[in-house]
Write a protein that binds this ligand. Structure first.
Ligand code: ADP
Length: 263
């Protein structure tokens, strides 16, 4: 990894002098590489389910045995669903990145929001009697875009359910400390090795790609969480220990905190 990339240009300054102009193009090259990788990743991610669908469609005829259809249909539905989620997440991410959709901040009752997210998570197909406990240590509200906040926290809670074995304990907590308001999602799963943590919020980054695909993940969830938090001047802090579990904390500044309002 080069520290700095320079573009050098030699121009005639006068009859006997020449001028060497150096331009720092490190950032431009990095952006070009990211764009290239992104297009390659999207193509790859969409091609995989499409290949499965095509394989089935090409081998089937109207005379195929009903048993073959019975086996193939759930797989085909699953792959179509995967493409659907991928495109939905890509669009959400692109809207967040371009700032196309303005942030609609309004007073948000965090306790109420978290309890509805937990209730939804308990209806997930991956949910296998996980023990989700909700602690609301603070009565403060947040000035936030409620829909975006819901999507960010849901991603964290769904991940805790998806990537941990049945009956794992998961804690969701809302608290206020000196640093500000903290929404925390902690699981007692297998944990994530330290060297993965730094790259976890990159698009399409997965710790175990086979397992993530099995769970129907798009690899975009944490990238969405990071963007949503950035738009709220909030920060995502991830701690994990192998064999102990993982904790995701969304830290909001004191400026976003507000007292409960009566409606
Ligand atoms: P995906 O759609 O694959 O779930 P995410 O961006 O949400 O993508 O997560 C990226 C990767 O981080 C996942 O593929 C998984 O390997 C890992 N991960 C996320 N949350 C957890 C968790 N609570 N425990 C263990 N691994 C996790």
């Amino acid at each position: 990894n080069p520290v700095m990339q320079l573009e050098l240009k030699l121009v005639n300054y006068s009859n006997k002098d020449r001028l060497l102009i150096a331009r720092d193009i490190t950032q431009t090259i990095k952006l070009q590489r990211m764009r290239r990788d992104f297009v390659a990743n999207v193509s790859h991610e969409l091609r995989t389910p499409l290949t499965v669908l095509r394989g089935y469609l090409e081998s089937f005829t109207v005379e195929s045995e009903p048993e073959m259809w019975r086996q193939a249909l759930p797989v085909m539905q699953g792959q179509t669903q995967r493409m659907h989620y991928m495109i939905k997440d890509l669009l959400a991410l692109s809207q967040l990145e371009t700032g196309e959709k303005p942030l609609q901040q309004r007073p948000t009752d965090v306790a109420k929001l978290l309890s509805s997210i937990v209730a939804d998570a308990q209806r997930l197909e991956h949910f296998r009697n996980h023990q989700i406990t909700l602690h609301c240590d603070s009565k403060k509200w947040l000035l936030a875009d409620t829909d975006e906040l819901r999507s960010a926290v849901s991603n964290l809670v769904y991940n805790a359910v998806k990537y941990t074995p049945a009956e794992t304990a998961i804690t969701v907590r809302w608290s206020v400390e000196n640093a500000g308001g903290i929404i925390e999602v902690q699981d007692a799963g297998e944990g994530i090795a330290q060297h993965h943590l730094e790259r976890l919020t990159e698009r399409f980054y997965r710790v175990d790609s086979g397992r993530a695909r099995e769970t129907g993940g798009t690899g975009l969830g944490l990238a969405i969480v990071k963007h949503v938090l950035q738009r709220h001047q909030a920060e995502l802090v991830i701690d994990s220990e192998l064999g102990v579990g993982t904790r995701f904390r969304c830290v909001f500044t004191n400026n976003s905190l507000m007292d409960k309002i009566d409606v």
